[in-house]
Design a protein around this ligand. Structure first.
Ligand SMILES: NC(=O)c1ccc[n+]([C@@H]2O[C@H](COP(=O)([O-])OP(=O)(O)OC[C@H]3O[C@@H](n4cnc5c(N)ncnc54)[C@H](O)[C@@H]3O)[C@@H](O)[C@H]2O)c1
Ligand SMILES: O=c1ccn([C@@H]2O[C@H](COP(=O)(O)OP(=O)(O)O[C@H]3O[C@H](CO)[C@@H](O)[C@H](O)[C@H]3O)[C@@H](O)[C@H]2O)c(=O)[nH]1
Length: 512
């Protein structure tokens, strides 16, 4: 969907069609919400709305029947937990259990849910385009467009339409054109931008106590009215001073900007981690020292193998595309570097493993702990583990993987080979040299090296029997800590040779 440059006006169709409108632009208080897209955002976000607003009916719809069936799955007969939900998120199961069937519904009947809603969240996926104009950079907006067309076609009453998906700046303008061209006479729509800032693994906490809720609207009477109605929904649990009202385009751009700034911090700290590894400086100390400056702050300075997740890379690429489209090539290049640094970090780490294991891992067993892109999630989208494990496979290692939440089939799906990878290297076919294990101990048995790739608490020295792991490994036994999270001194005392991101030669050596 193109983002038209025309100024956005309120979408009031009846007037253009000669139909009289009773009270154009005056939206009643929200009593019924439809959320299109039952994914990582739509599911948790609207479950919280249902929990905090028992007077509002919330229906989450999706075109994927398997996903809806999973949201409607029965509790585990022994624990009572909803273990079959399609999204693992701490605290989510309890909220869904509390609200499902009361004022929270999951359905494939998209049309019916749209028809009865006062407010519709569009929370569908917006991946990076794989082909055509802007391939590799621009957001693929066809899911947003088809949802918008559906709303236009089936709505029989006026509605507030809310962009929840992360979209390029000025997408609301395209949505308006689609709504205007396809809806019935006399129907009035206002489009709002309300980007979501939750992080996976902490989504429920982020949603219950957000730093801010951003609502972008047009500066018209009906636009403001729509924004007030959405704000009233959030005010059931979010303090009014945390709800920030902006213009539509600022809101859309702020989402891309926030992710770009967050990712930039990680690429920055990872670039410094590389310097630490060669100098004997410690990235923990450098990050702490810098973070003590209130202008910098301590958050998001954790050095790592690289950042992953479905958002950072995609949203920065989107920003790069926007900048290029506006003729702002230096701006595009500036943000592109954040991604290039991330790619370099992942590859640098993988190379370090091979180099340390005497320059070959052919036939060696390498244990990987953690496959998700971060802890407390089963999501593997853009996980650095995918890049690193693919690298190991190309080096013909035997890779045994344990992750507390990622299903075995997902790991195989992520690692299954294409004929050629991006560098033109042909990888072995299938995933024969990959074993998915059901515990860390099993994955590490007889391994030459343990590589920690996501920061699950259970891998920490106080939670995992590293002594037992050591006894059952080939010697010398190596640990590569891609999250700089383990107590290296403890591991060294056990006998491991330890390499952690951002820690280089022994400090004493560095003086020599
Ligand atoms: N995952 C996150 O942590 C996160 C956080 C903030 C913002 N976002 C943004 O939110 C949006 C959704 O992300 P997600 O992770 O929930 O994606 P997701 O892939 O988990 O879920 C999207 C869902 O939308 C459904 N869908 C697509 N087209 C549809 C249609 N026409 N009708 C009904 N359902 C349809 C898909 O079947 C899918 O289940 C994206 O724009 C993303 O960038 C994601
Ligand atoms: O100091 C840090 C912080 C994070 N990470 C990594 O960065 C990636 C992203 O982490 P995080 O931002 O916590 O998770 P996401 O779920 O991707 O959340 C980001 O992306 C979402 C989708 O747009 C936004 O809503 C959130 O605000 C934004 O934090 C993960 O691989 C983390 O391990 C680091 O390496 N070092």
């Amino acid at each position: 969907m193109a983002t038209a440059a025309s100024p956005l006006s309120t979408t009031t169709l009846g007037a253009a069609n000669g139909t009289s409108l009773a009270s154009p632009g005056i939206h009643p208080p929200v009593r019924s919400i439809c959320c299109i897209g039952a994914g990582y955002v739509g599911g948790p976000t609207c479950s919280i709305i249902a929990a905090r607003c028992p007077h509002i009916d919330v229906t989450i719809v999706d075109i994927n029947p398997a996903r809806i069936a999973a949201w409607n799955s029965d509790p585990d007969p022994l624990t009572g937990d909803l273990t079959g939900l399609p999204v693992f998120e701490p605290g989510l199961s309890d909220i869904v259990k509390e609200c499902r069937g009361r004022n929270l519904f999951f359905s494939t009947d998209v049309d019916e849910a749209i028809r009865k809603a006062d407010l519709v969240f569009v929370s569908v996926n917006t991946p990076t385009k794989k082909s055509g104009v802007g391939a590799g950079y621009a957001a693929d907006l066809h899911y947003v467009e088809s949802s918008t067309r559906r709303i236009a076609q089936v709505a029989t009453s006026s509605k507030i339409i809310v962009e929840k998906s992360t979209v390029p700046c000025r997408t609301a303008s395209s949505m308006r054109v689609i709504l205007e061209s396809n809806s019935r006479p006399g129907i009035h729509f206002d489009i709002l931008s309300n980007p979501e800032f939750l992080a996976e693994g902490t989504a429920m906490r982020d949603l219950q106590a957000p730093d801010r809720v951003l609502i972008g609207s047009l500066d018209t009477e009906s636009g403001q009215c729509a924004a007030d109605r959405l704000s009233e929904v959030y005010e059931n649990w979010v303090p009014a001073e945390r709800i920030y009202m902006t213009g539509l385009w600022s809101s859309e751009l702020s989402k891309l900007a926030a992710n770009a700034l967050l990712a930039q911090r990680i690429s920055s700290i990872n670039s410094l981690a590389a310097i630490c590894e060669s100098t004997g400086a410690s990235i923990h100390e450098v990050a702490h020292a810098c973070g003590l400056d209130r202008r910098i702050g301590p958050q998001f300075l954790q050095a790592s193998v690289g950042f992953g997740g479905s958002c950072f890379q995609k949203d920065i690429l989107n920003l790069v595309y926007l900048s290029e489209s506006l003729g702002l090539t230096p701006v595009a290049n500036y943000w592109k570097q954040v991604i290039e640094m991330n790619e370099w970090s992942k590859n640098r780490f993988a190379h370090k493993v091979v180099q340390t294991l005497f320059n070959t891992i052919t036939g060696k067993k390498v244990a990987v702990l953690g496959f998700s892109f971060k802890d407390n999630t089963g999501d593997t989208r853009e996980s650095p583990a995918i890049t690193v494990c693919r690298f190991f496979r190309r080096e013909l290692a035997r890779v045994s993987i344990y992750d507390p939440k990622v299903p075995e089939a997902q790991i195989h799906a992520d690692l299954v080979d294409r004929e050629h990878d991006a560098t033109g290297v042909v990888a072995p076919q299938g995933t024969n040299n990959v074993t998915v294990c059901s515990s860390a101990l099993e994955a590490c048995k007889d391994a030459e090296a343990v590589v920690v790739l996501s920061p699950w608490r259970e891998f920490r020295c106080e939670n995992l029997d590293w002594g037992h792991i050591y006894e059952n490994m080939s010697k010398p036994a190596f640990v590569f800590d891609g999250r700089a999270m383990l107590d290296a001194e403890k591991l060294k005392k056990i006998g491991f040779k330890v390499h952690a991101v951002g820690t280089g030669p022994e400090k004493t050596d560095a003086w020599l």
